[in-house]
Design a binder for this molecule. Structure first.
Ligand code: AHR
Length: 328
């Protein structure tokens, strides 16, 4: 009957569910797998969410399609981990027109109008690169190699991704600041182990005997590079005559290679963004203000205690010597 009062307990619970469309870059690295896991476990049904997850396989066009699908499905929030920085203006304007808040996570977007997204949380990739290179400077100095000619290789991430732009910037600025440092090769390994290995193999063929340092822009590239270096008959490590490998992410496997000395420095990039995005959504739901941009604090882990702290722009950063306990 029209006047009947229908019990609403079950219906109310269903209505409280928040639908989140998450466009993920892909599954290119161990870091990415940990990031996906963090998002999926946070935005679970038990936590009151309905997560629509889309893996873009490292292609921006797939992310554009996913976002348009989310808009059509009238999700409550769109969360975007963008593959590259540029090319988002149009689709983010469509989300804004539809009244759907967009939260950017991990890498950044470069848009003409900041109101096209509600909030961003992620890493300071340039600072990561600056810290790593400040460590290299201090490490070589401590080893009595401060005035030696040092030849470096940079295996870059996906070109145009914030993680690549920032880390490459940190690398380039440091090489530029040292008259005795030379970049032998700089090429993208696309943040994958397979490409990292392939790129390293070809660089080794050209200039294997001359390489002192390989700066890998993530752990998976480092795994591939280490395989290539060892297969070519060279040794990895921090001593003279060895090829010193540096990396980013501090995944479990990355820190395990740091403990064994294969990676001499691993700089953290924290993937556990699920709870951070959840906090943003909860605040928005409560009508509270959120920070437009928030950087995550990150550490550095070295194979040994040659350098225990470094400075970037007058700020001090601790370098922790890796132990099995930290990995566990
Ligand atoms: O954007 C974060 C980077 O993307 C991580 O360093 C890398 O492993 C991932 O693929």
């Amino acid at each position: 009957c029209g006047m009947c009062v229908v019990p609403t307990v079950g219906v109310a619970a269903a209505d409280d569910t928040i639908t989140v469309g998450f466009s993920q870059v892909g599954a290119e690295s161990d870091w990415r797998t940990a990031n996906t896991e963090s998002m999926k476990s946070t935005f679970s049904e038990e936590n009151g969410y309905n997560l629509i997850f889309d893996d873009a396989q490292q292609k921006q066009e797939n992310q554009l399609t996913a976002i348009r699908n989310f808009i059509q499905q009238e999700v409550d929030y769109i969360v975007l981990a963008p593959v590259t920085e540029t090319g988002w203006d149009t689709v983010l304007q469509e989300a804004k027109d539809a009244g759907i808040p967009v939260i950017i996570v991990d890498r950044m977007v470069d848009v003409s109008d900041d109101s096209l997204y509600t909030a961003w949380v992620g890493s300071n990739f340039k600072l990561e690169g600056q810290k790593a290179m400040a460590w290299l400077d201090a490490y070589l100095e401590a080893k009595g190699r401060g005035d030696e000619e040092i030849n470096l290789v940079d295996i870059q991430g996906t070109i145009g991704a914030s993680a690549q732009i920032g880390r490459t910037q940190g690398f380039d600025d440091a090489v530029e600041a040292h008259d005795n440092w030379t970049t032998l090769a700089q090429q993208s390994g696309e943040f994958t182990q397979a490409k990292g290995q392939e790129v390293m193999e070809s660089i080794l063929k050209q200039s294997g005997d001359d390489i002192d340092v390989v700066y890998c822009e993530n752990d998976n590239e480092a795994f591939g590079a280490i395989d290539a270096i060892e297969a070519a008959g060279y040794e990895v490590g921090g001593e003279e005559g060895q090829i010193l490998v540096m990396s980013f992410d501090t995944t479990n496997a990355g820190l395990t290679d740091t403990l064994s000395g294969k990676i001499t420095l691993d700089t953290e990039c924290n993937p556990l963004h699920g709870p951070r995005v959840q906090e943003i959504i909860e605040k928005l739901e409560a009508g509270e203000e959120v920070d437009k941009q928030a950087y995550v604090d990150e550490e550095m882990f070295a194979a040994d205690d040659t350098v225990t702290s470094i400075k970037v722009d007058d700020a001090d950063y601790e370098v922790t010597t890796i132990t099995q306990d930290i990995i566990d």
